[in-house]
Design a protein around this ligand. Structure first.
Ligand code: CUA
Length: 332
């Protein structure tokens, strides 16, 4: 059969995409853990994988043996016909029960360990999944941020997950399994991130038109770096000058103030807190790098970048959007 070049090209593309999606150490891998929780899950995953490999081997070797041993031969006699075999029937009832036991014991152990109440020294963070961004509140530190969760390495973290609008699911593959964020219900997730680095996360429960655009970043850093980050988050933003001052004036007279908080400037609660917006790496819940050009494009027409976004186009002229971007990126 002759394959058509376009279909062959499509197949090659799909193969490359699939292989790329399976990268062992990709940013959303589940097999390079960065926390105790992820390591526990990987442990269970390993047990189940090896058990499955063993079962597959037994089944395929048995199948091959039966196919060869009992294949039809010209003039051959009918093999012995068996009806009812107590030993065989006991064996294939007990063997799967043993397999389930081998899988169930470590799985249940891990479920209990990861549902245990958080250690007394745990850092408490409230995670709010919103259409389509994440809010992170550190009640003991007086810090509120969005889409970028900073955690100190080596300290247990107790996340409380809340959904003010619809069901979302908080998932940072390298830090552990996903956990649903359900309106009217408090879900918890405790973990101990142990390896500094930047971890990618993603909403994993369909939550509307921009579900796929609801990403996040977790920055796990050494304790002293985390302390510096907290101090910077709590500091009052410096009074801007030049283009940034012009940007602040545009911000203050635009619809921005109705939805966003910038400490000392506005107190909206519908959109992300922007008090230290310039310190974030990404824009629009992990969609774009937080650079002047990307921010200008976002400010001029957010819906073109993120379909369904609740932030309206503000009708800004180019120079106004530039000044506003300068102001916002200066908030660190
Ligand atoms: Cu939030 Cu999907």
């Amino acid at each position: 059969m002759r394959g058509h070049p376009p279909s062959r090209a499509r197949f090659a593309l799909a193969a490359v995409a699939a292989a790329g999606g399976c990268a062992w150490d990709g940013p959303m891998t589940t097999v390079v853990p960065g926390s105790d929780f992820a390591r526990e899950i990987l442990h269970v995953y390993g047990i189940i994988t090896w058990a499955s490999v063993g079962i597959a081997l037994v089944v395929f070797v048995g199948l091959a043996w039966v196919l060869l041993r009992f294949r039809e031969k010209p003039g051959g006699a009918l093999p012995v016909q068996t009806r009812g075999h107590t030993l065989l029937e006991l064996a294939w009832t007990i063997a799967p029960a043993l397999v389930l036991l081998v899988i169930a014991i470590p799985t249940i152990q891990v479920i209990f360990r990861t549902q245990a109440s958080p250690a007394p020294q745990a850092l408490h963070v409230t995670v709010l999944g919103r259409q389509w961004w994440w809010e992170f509140r550190y009640p003991a530190l007086g810090v509120v941020t969005a889409n970028e969760l900073h955690l100190p390495a080596g300290r247990p973290v107790a996340l409380t997950l809340e959904g003010p609008d619809v069901i979302h699911s908080f998932w940072v593959p390298r830090l552990g399994g996903k956990r649903d964020v359900v309106p009217g219900r408090l879900n918890r997730l405790t973990l101990l991130p142990d390896t500094p680095g930047e971890y990618w996360g993603q909403c994993a429960e369909f939550c509307g038109v921009s579900h796929a655009n609801m990403g996040l970043r977790v920055v796990v850093e050494a304790p002293d770096a985390f302390e510096r980050w907290v101090a910077a988050q709590r500091a009052t933003p410096a009074e801007p000058a030049g283009a940034a001052a012009e940007g602040k004036a545009i911000y203050a007279r635009s619809a921005c103030v109705g939805c966003h908080t910038i400490r000392g400037v506005s107190a909206g609660v519908l959109g992300p807190d922007l008090t230290t917006f310039g310190s974030r790496r990404m824009l629009g819940a992990g969609l774009l790098p937080n650079t002047p050009d990307a921010l200008v494009a976002w400010l001029k027409d957010p819906a073109a970048i993120k379909p369904g976004v609740k932030m309206p186009a503000l009708g800004l002229r180019d120079a106004e959007a530039r000044a506003l971007a300068t102001y916002l990126l200066g908030l660190k």
